[in-house]
Design a protein around this ligand. Sequence first.
Ligand code: F6P
Length: 545
Amino acid sequence: MALQNTDPTKTEAWKKLSHHYKENTNLSLKDLFSDDADRANNLSIRWNEFFVDFSKNRITHETLQLLLQLANEVGLKDAIQKQFEGGIINKTEGRAVLHTALRAKESDVIMVDGVNIVPEVYKVKKKIKTFTDSVISGSKTGFTGKAFTDVVNIGIGGSDLGPAMVVEALKFYCNHLKMHFVSNVDGDHVYETIKGLDPETTLFVVVSKTFTTQETLSNATTIKKWFLEHATQADVAKHFAAVSTNAEKISEFGIDADNVFPMWDWVGGRFSLWSAVGLSIGLAVGYENFDAMLTGANEMDQHFATTQFEENIPVILALISIWYNNFYGAETEAIIPYTQYLSRFSAYLQQGIMESNGKSVDRNGNRVSYETGTIIWGEPGTNSQHAFFQLIHQGTKLIPTDFIGFKYSLHGDKDHHNKLMANFFAQTEALMNGKTADEVRKELEDNKFSEKEIGEILPFKVFEGNKPTNTLLIDKLTPKSLGSLIAMYEHKIFVQGIIWNIFSYDQWGVELGKQLANAILNDIEGSTIANHDASTLNLLHLFKK
Ligand code: F6P
């Protein structure tokens, strides 16, 4: 069940793409549109409540055909099937990759080690429902019989970013419970979070796939100590829940078995918000909304698994990204949601994309000879327009950008929404068309600038344009559409990892820093400092003084 192992640069498609790139370096988006009246229709996909317009990209029909050939040559179709069927495609950790099973239909059959895992997934979903219903309704109470008012999610990485992003994204659908997230091992984070909380009415959810993560265990221990200043050991059972694969460590921590939610090693941390890791999401928005998010993701899974590549949203977005990353040499991609609710979306995707595809060794164990994972960044529009858009418009770097907008706002204020969306559409148009010297001259002349003034200011007001963007216009930000949107990016990650011939589902790169931090903690807390490089030694001596 191994994945096909192909150096993408050795494929016919890659060679043709290199040649095609050289022949088309001067491709102008404006020309592409004037040459083809149907371009906007031809290069867009309508699916459910999504409209994905990828026509404002420096691609021709031939570019797309070659990119699709590349996908076929590296065996993408077969890879998708292997992933969905539970193949051990995370080879370096010997695991299947089945976050898709967490949102599968109850009637689906997905086998891991000869066992259908879907019934177990549904058993845990039922437990999430019972737990979240009882906390939200107030039937489950704290140690003095009062209903819960606050929930603290204690986790880091995938055990924090996903739930935190979704809780913010779905704030509109949240109930009365106030959600808090503690992740950093920085004590100021945890103390700042608990300082206003009432131990009688606060529920703590400790989320750690491994239950060995230093940050999470330190924060959970500090919080438990604080809690025990107000309550007894027996009360811990009422106030702490845990989500993990490590039952033994949870019981050592003293969390009641009734409040323990399992997860499985075939779910990667950064893809785990669909599992009980999303308990905080369920507590914030209610089980029905959590489940609607899973439905949205499942619909995107079906689209990805069954739609021909020409019409397949994650495949097309991944291929376009490969085009810029590997042929244009673009190093970064910006993701700009035009809704404040998605303010944590880029931070969440940074882990998803950069922890997955930030690899430099191929599936044969050799150093790759081509670029892999893109650098991801972004902030919501319109704030980002007043911050870093200058560089996208007039800087020297090519930054392909995804614009995500919604037809309807949630609070329904038409005046605000029209202004927001006017900016959304204006930016992609401006990035594409830019402003020529002739246009600038005319504008200045119309404003009665003298010839001398025009000569001095004109070059600074010219916009090159020709900047590529994708536009995702979605009906409304709902739990379901959010589920589809997240799943869309998850599948884009997968497609790119397959093409780059890397393993997207391990993260060995974060281990070394963790090991060194443990060693340095001994240096900091001990009486002597072990041998380090001269710079680190100086810094440690200074810190300990
Ligand atoms: O940063 C590495 C990592 O392993 C992530 O992949 C993961 O999401 C995070 O740490 C937290 O791990 P855990 O859920 O095991 O505490």
